[in-house]
Design a protein around this ligand. Structure first.
Ligand code: IPE
Ligand code: IPE
Ligand code: MG
Length: 245
């Protein structure tokens, strides 16, 4: 999205790294998978709330390209959870006006999960209240490399002159091609890093780092993030005076 707004009310696009499920579970003597299950429930409530607030775009980091390196048991457990909740929540998502999409290399996901995703994306495609993008098997570097490969192939075929490559064209080859850049970037769970999430797109996002573990992230926590966002002055390289005047 172009750098035009300086006066923030509500962000148009919130991106969230939903982190801290494992530590949340461990602190309660539960399995990591129980932490992920509670994490899905928290995500569903935040989706509902963001829709009620009138936030048009919400992007959730659910599984990174690096998360494939976790223990096999955790990865399969996560895939089962995803499959289960996609099936269970489809009607509710439609009722809430959600349009669900994914970013990431979903060709790596099990067939059953891909089928369930295709089904929910198709059934929710007319949702107009909120576009929810789930990042699955997503890594920003992987996304940028895939985009570059597509552009290079077009150039090789003579369908594109390298001179035509600019930011607008490049963005059209990213997984996020239909999304504006995030305005507000939230990470829960206390870590202070980007972990390969939307590296290109968050150039001018406002960062909000929360100590709260994702399963405990509530509507009130989102309210606090939104209040903080509204207090920030976004300058996009200009001076304060330019932005106010
Ligand atoms: C985030 O929670 C969910 C996924 C990465 C799938 P974690 O599982 O990373 O939780 P912590 O960071 O170990 O507490
Ligand atoms: C980022 O969390 C990925 C998701 C929340 C899906 P991680 O827990 O994988 O990040 P690191 O490994 O601590 O950086
Ligand atoms: Mg983590």
């Amino acid at each position: 999205m172009s750098a035009q707004t300086s006066c923030n009310t509500l962000p148009s696009h919130i991106a969230i790294i939903m982190d801290g499920n494992g530590r949340w579970a461990k602190a309660r003597g539960l399995s990591r998978l129980e932490g992920h299950r509670s994490g899905v429930k928290a995500a569903l409530d935040i989706v509902r709330y963001a829709g009620e607030l009138g936030i048009p775009y919400l992007t959730l980091y659910a599984f990174s390209s690096e998360n494939w390196n976790r223990p096999h048991e955790e990865v399969t457990g996560l895939m089962h959870l995803l499959h289960f909740y996609l099936r269970q929540e489809c009607k509710e998502l439609i009722a809430n006006g959600v349009s669900l999409r994914t970013i990431g290399d979903i060709s790596k996901l099990p067939h059953s999960v891909r089928d369930a995703l295709a089904d929910v994306c198709e059934k929710t495609k007319n949702g107009t209240r909120i576009r929810v993008t789930v990042a699955l098997s997503y890594g920003s570097r992987d996304e940028i490399v895939r985009a570059t490969r597509k552009i290079a192939q077009l150039a090789l075929l003579g369908k594109l002159n390298p001179e035509q490559i600019d930011e607008a064209l490049f963005q059209n080859y990213l997984d996020t091609q239909c999304l504006p850049d995030p305005d507000l970037f939230i990470r829960t769970g206390g870590e202070k890093r980007l972990s390969n999430f939307l590296l290109y797109q968050v150039s001018y996002a406002e960062l909000y780092l929360s100590e709260t573990a994702w399963p405990d992230f509530s509507r009130a926590d989102l309210d606090s993030a939104l209040a903080e966002f509204a207090r920030r002055q976004r300058r996009f390289g200009r001076t304060s005076e330019q932005v106010v005047g």
